[in-house]
Ligand binder design. Structure first.
Ligand code: COA
Length: 172
C-alpha cells in the first residue's frame, strides 16, 4: 500500500482494543488510518471479558514493536471506561475495524453506547485488507496453540512470543 500522506484532519484518533495478540489485520488498519489522521493512539485495554493469554505489558510491547516503523503512533494501556480514557487524551474519534458484516452488530452497539456516554466522540469504521478479513486474535491463538503456522498473519515479534508461550504449555 502506498504510504501517501493526506492533509491532517487534526483529529486525535484512538484505536482501542484488547490486542491479545495484535495481528497483521490490526497493523494493516493502523497503516491505512495514519495517513488520513496524521497519527493515532493505540489504546490497549488492561481488562477483557475474554480470557487473556498475554498480560498488559506484553501486549503493549508487541504493539510497540509492530508499529515502530510507523510514525505518529503512540501505544498506551488503559483501564476503566474507554470514553474516560478518550477524554483524558483529548481524543475526537475512535477507530474500529470491520472485517465482515457479522462484526457490524457488536460494533454498532459499542459505538452507540460510547456515543451515549460521550456524545462528541465519533466512531470511525475502516476495513482491513481482504487478506486479513478472516483473522481474529482467538483464531490465531487456537492455531498457534496446536502448532499451526500463523507467521503470515501476525507481526514477527508476535509470532515469536506465541511460539515461546505455547512451547511451555502442555496441551491436555
Ligand atoms: N484485524 C484482525 N482482527 C481484528 C481486527 C482487524 N483489523 N479488528 C478486530 N479484530 C478482532 C480481534 O482480533 C478480536 O478477536 P477475538 O474476539 O478473537 O479476540 C476481535 O476482533 C475484537 O477484538 P479487539 O479489536 O481487540 O477489540 P475488543 O472487542 O476486544 O475490544 C474494547 C473491545 C477493549 C475496545 C472494549 O471492550 C472497551 O472499550 N473496553 C473498555 C471498557 C468500556 O469502555 N466498555 C464499554 C464499551 S461500549
Amino acid at each position: 500500500m502506498a504510504a501517501q500522506c493526506y492533509p491532517s484532519m487534526n483529529a486525535v484518533l484512538i484505536y482501542p482494543g484488547t490486542f491479545d495478540p495484535p495481528t497483521c489485520g490490526h497493523i494493516d488498519l493502523v497503516r491505512r488510518a495514519v495517513p488520513l489522521f496524521g497519527g493515532m493512539i493505540l489504546a490497549v485495554s488492561v481488562r477483557s471479558t475474554k480470557p487473556l493469554l498475554f498480560d498488559i505489558d506484553e501486549r503493549v510491547e508487541m504493539l510497540h514493536a509492530a508499529t515502530r516503523s510507523i510514525s505518529g503512533v503512540m501505544v498506551k494501556p488503559f483501564d476503566g471506561l474507554l470514553v474516560d480514557f478518550a477524554r483524558a487524551m483529548g481524543a475526537h474519534a475512535l477507530l474500529r475495524g470491520i472485517r465482515a458484516v457479522s462484526d457490524m452488530e457488536y460494533e454498532f452497539q459499542m459505538a452507540m453506547m460510547n456515543r451515549m456516554l460521550s456524545p462528541d466522540l465519533q466512531t470511525v469504521f475502516m476495513m482491513p485488507g481482504e487478506d486479513y478479513a478472516y483473522v481474529s486474535s482467538s483464531l490465531i491463538k487456537d492455531v498457534a496453540c496446536h502448532g499451526g503456522d500463523i507467521s503470515t498473519l501476525v507481526p514477527p515479534e508476535v509470532c515469536e512470543r506465541l511460539k515461546r508461550k505455547f512451547s511451555k504449555q502442555v496441551i491436555p
